[in-house]
Design a protein. Structure first.
Length: 438
């Protein structure tokens, strides 16, 4: 196994964006785990690495502590884990890999160079084997100005389902709920755009329009993942594992009064709260498989969080990792995320495979870092774009419960897909953008 990277605190502030832009011009496999445009808190990580297998052997039950000034991630792996890999491991039917198309399978980099920037005070750290050379590169790159972001060319988006087809699938979900086969199902669809321009420029437009605390750009091989994800799937540090499921969405209002009213409506909506608490219970059960009995806690329930495009209903569940638990065990217990499957999880995944008519790929999976020391931070692949060749894929969906209203669910899909499609230069397909549906 590769030795851990050597680290050093820089004596100056650096801009993660300019360093990333210089790095991606020189390296094929790169990453930028991004706390968001104009972030005032959190860490961003920029670097490169060597393609590697999934680091399932990393132990999570080691209650290691780190100096408060050092970053949570100081070396290890960065990558993504797709939906089908988790679903298949859980026993659900999935499309054969040969039929899965772009984004099939997981992909990881063993980090060789890393820049970590803390946004509250601008502190920056560098980690590498060739530390002096890497520091010189970072310092030189940070003195340059970021190149302008061009406006996107106009593109057309096609949808896997029409709104009418999606509405029919919603009614199928409600029939399954009526029959007692599931309590909730996260029904998804996808939009495809061809003729994509530079993926890095697409990401820079996306992060500007919808900054999120778990954004990111990962390019591994011929595939790029661009995300403005607001949902933290799994976080572990010091032997404690957390998950923060999102269920419940409202668009932002056109003025402050309307915006506040939409947030207040979300906070008390019975359907959204029921949907959220079902996934909280599911995640409590998932974490109980890898945590010490009696340590599972719901740290926050039904908290409204606000982002540039949407309000979200968020909860937090935590537990202490049991002795011997590693990353593979955690993924076996928790992936795919309950917020993207439904409940009961296996039943929901089985029925969604039948209903959705195609694979999800990286969408509804997760991405982020897994540290050498057992720390990890993985976001849901939502509000995201997968680019392979000149084709881009945007997934979107929503949780269906017995009380779901089809028109509202269709409108929620359109709201979630709008910003990623706009970053690509595409409008939501006309039928999905209809005022009648929204």
């Amino acid at each position: 196994m590769r030795e851990r990277l050597t680290g050093r605190l820089l004596d100056r502030a650096v801009d993660p964006e300019t360093v990333f832009l210089a790095l991606e011009e020189r390296h094929a496999d790169v990453f930028w785990l991004d706390a968001g445009a104009a972030a005032a808190e959190g860490w961003s990580y920029v670097g490169t690495g060597e393609q590697a297998r999934f680091p399932g052997e990393v132990r999570l039950d080691v209650a290691m502590t780190r100096p408060a000034e050092e970053p949570p991630f100081r070396g290890g792996w960065v990558g993504w884990y797709d939906y089908e890999s988790g679903a298949e491991a859980a026993g659900a039917p999935v499309a054969p890999v040969a039929q899965s198309g772009p984004g099939a399978g997981d992909a990881w980099l063993r980090v060789t160079r890393l820049l970590a920037v803390r946004h509250d005070d601008g502190t920056a750290w560098v980690f590498a084997d060739d530390l002096d050379e890497w520091e010189a590169f970072v310092v030189a790159a940070s003195t340059s100005e970021a190149r302008p972001v061009p406006r996107p060319g106009e593109r057309l988006a096609s949808a896997r389902h029409t709104p009418e087809e999606y509405t029919a699938l919603i009614e199928c979900c409600r029939d399954l709920i009526r029959a007692g086969i599931a309590y909730q199902l996260c029904l998804t669809t996808r939009f495809t755009v061809t003729g994509v321009d530079d993926a890095v420029d697409v990401y820079r437009r996306l992060r500007t329009a919808t900054p999120a605390h778990h954004g990111g750009f990962l390019r591994i091989g011929e595939t790029s993942l661009l995300s403005a994800s607001p949902e933290q799937f799994l976080q572990a540090e010091g032997g404690v594992i957390r998950t923060r499921p999102i269920k419940g969405t409202r668009p932002r209002g056109v003025d402050s009064d309307t915006d506040a009213a939409l947030a207040a409506e979300l906070a008390v909506d019975e359907k959204e709260r029921a949907e959220n608490v079902m996934i909280v219970d599911l995640m409590r059960n998932d974490l109980s498989r890898v945590c010490v009995p009696g340590t599972i806690r719901v740290e926050a329930l039904w908290k409204v969080e606000t982002y540039p495009a949407v309000h979200q209903l968020v909860s937090t569940v935590s537990g202490t990792a049991a002795r011997g638990v590693d990353v593979a065990a955690l993924f076996a217990a928790a992936a795919p995320a309950g917020s993207m499957t439904g409940a009961p999880k296996l039943s929901a995944m089985t029925r969604l495979h039948e209903l959705e008519g195609g694979p999800r790929g990286v969408y509804a999976g997760c991405f982020g870092f897994i540290g050498d020391d057992g720390a990890l931070d993985l976001a849901m692949v939502i509000r995201s774009i997968l680019v392979e060749g000149d084709q881009a894929i945007v997934g979107a969906g929503g949780g269906i419960t017995w009380r779901s209203v089809a028109a509202s669910e269709v409108a929620e899909v359109a709201t979630k897909a709008r910003a990623p499609l706009a970053a690509l230069g595409a409008d939501t397909p006309v039928a999905w953008g209809s005022d009648i549906l929204n």
